[in-house]
Design a protein around this ligand. Structure first.
Ligand code: NAI
Length: 387
């Protein structure tokens, strides 16, 4: 596969980082599809005034996307690779908007995939009669990144040393991984299938698990700005134990699926993943807790809060750490566990706590296999293995 053109979908932190990095690393045209609000106009204006879009911090890259548009017809045709860098709730509407304009045999994927991308993409492609399109996903976003000046500068706080990718059909993996590696400038590992990525999604453990740790005992009292807890570095040893148990339950699901012939070897336990991803950024990896609180890439990031009155803050339970990582993360793994007959008591407790805060809508959103008609384990395994 030789890329002649690629299109990035999105206009946020990750999409702008990828716009700079891919323009820097690839010789091909890089387009951006940004239909949300006035993002396309703001991106064009930012890049025009700065002359380029650039990343600073842990990754230094710069480039100039060729076309930026809110109209898919302007930026999709001719692209070999289409990359969604979006929160998971935006995957399906974005797929529906872009796939009709994709060239035959092109690939579309999401960074990060989160849970159940394959269920949603397969149904969407089937409904659009575009089963020629390959789907790919990356286990995580390679960067921790925040926009510093819209359309101009993104600050990259940390970069992972490696990320895993999977495709559907699984046979497309060897073709796509070298392109993803060149595009990202980061080694890309091969995960056997997208079900493995669903289970290997560490955001589903880390984000709801830390929210549970920080705010489980919150009594409704507002706090001052100075008391907003650090997110990762505010993790308690007990919270790290919860994260460890969630990770064990994910491993138990893999064991429960064991013997089914699916390659789940890329589903690593949380500490192994953390050290593999951030080896040089972690000062003390002697425990899961110390690996979190001494990780330079996580330094200074604060817990999501909302200002409820001037200078008064409360936890933002609607933030993505719950609103994305529960219905598009932990609930997907919980549903797979259910099909595999594996008990997940800690996952159940964290999901129940989160649902109390998110409301029933999260249940409707959950991207579980069952929601896409995969009602028993045999159906799920046959779907995941399609090559
Ligand atoms: P962001 O909040 O900066 O950007 C979100 C973008 O999604 C928006 O700019 C817009 O283009 C699009 N969007 C939002 N609402 C939409 C809607 N209703 N319809 C269509 N498009 C919509 O998000 P960010 O930080 O780029 O994150 C993207 C993904 O990467 C998320 O899944 C996030 O959890 C994940 N991630 C982000 C990290 C980071 O450091 N930024 C680190 C690890 C994962």
């Amino acid at each position: 596969m030789t890329l002649e053109q690629m299109t990035i979908c999105g206009g946020g932190n990750g999409a702008q980082t990828l716009a700079a990095v891919a323009s820097h690393n690839l010789a091909c045209n890089v387009n951006v599809y940004a239909p949300f609000a006035d993002e396309a106009d703001r991106l064009r204006a930012g890049i025009a005034s700065h002359g380029r879009i650039e990343t600073k911090g842990a990754v230094k890259a710069q480039g100039r996307p060729r076309r930026i548009s809110a109209d898919p017809e302007d930026v999709l045709p001719g692209s070999d690779l289409v990359v969604l860098v979006l929160p998971a709730f935006a995957h399906e509407p974005t797929l529906r908007a872009v796939v009709p304009f994709m060239d035959e045999g092109a690939a579309v994927g999401a960074i990060p995939a989160r849970g159940g991308l394959d269920f949603c993409a397969a149904r969407t492609l089937e409904e659009l009669h575009r089963e020629d399109v390959t789907v790919f996903g990356l286990q995580t976003l390679p960067w921790a990144c925040r926009i510093q000046a819209y359309g101009r500068i993104v600050h990259v706080l940390g970069v992972k040393e490696t990320v895993d990718a999977a495709t559907r059909p699984t046979s497309s993996l060897s073709r796509i991984v070298p392109e993803l590696e060149r595009m990202l400038g980061v080694p890309v590992g091969k995960a056997g299938n997208l079900l493995a990525l669903t289970l290997a999604n560490t955001g589903q453990i880390i984000h709801p698990g830390i929210m549970y740790d920080l705010f489980r005992a919150w009594d409704g009292e507002v706090f001052d700005e100075a008391d907003i807890p650090l997110f990762y570095q505010g993790l308690s040893p007990d919270g790290a134990a919860v994260l460890g148990r969630l990770s064990e339950e994910i491993q138990a699901i893999c064991l429960g699926l064991g013997g089914c012939g699916l390659d789940l070897s890329s589903v690593r336990d949380l500490k192994t993943w953390l050290v593999r991803s951030y080896r040089d950024a972690i000062a003390d990896d002697s425990s899961l807790w110390s690996a979190f609180v001494t990780n330079r890439a996580y330094a200074s990031l604060r817990a999501p809060v909302q200002e409820v009155a001037p200078g008064e803050f409360a936890p933002a339970f609607s933030a993505r750490y719950l609103a994305e990582d529960v219905p598009y993360g932990l609930m997907v793994s919980q549903a797979v566990a259910d099909l595999a007959g594996v008990e997940t008591p800690v996952m159940d407790e964290v999901v129940a706590w989160a649902l109390d805060r998110l409301g029933e809508r999260a249940v409707d959103d959950a991207r579980t296999p069952q929601a896409y008609g995969l009602e028993d384990l045999d159906d799920l395994l046959a779907f995941a293995a399609e090559s």
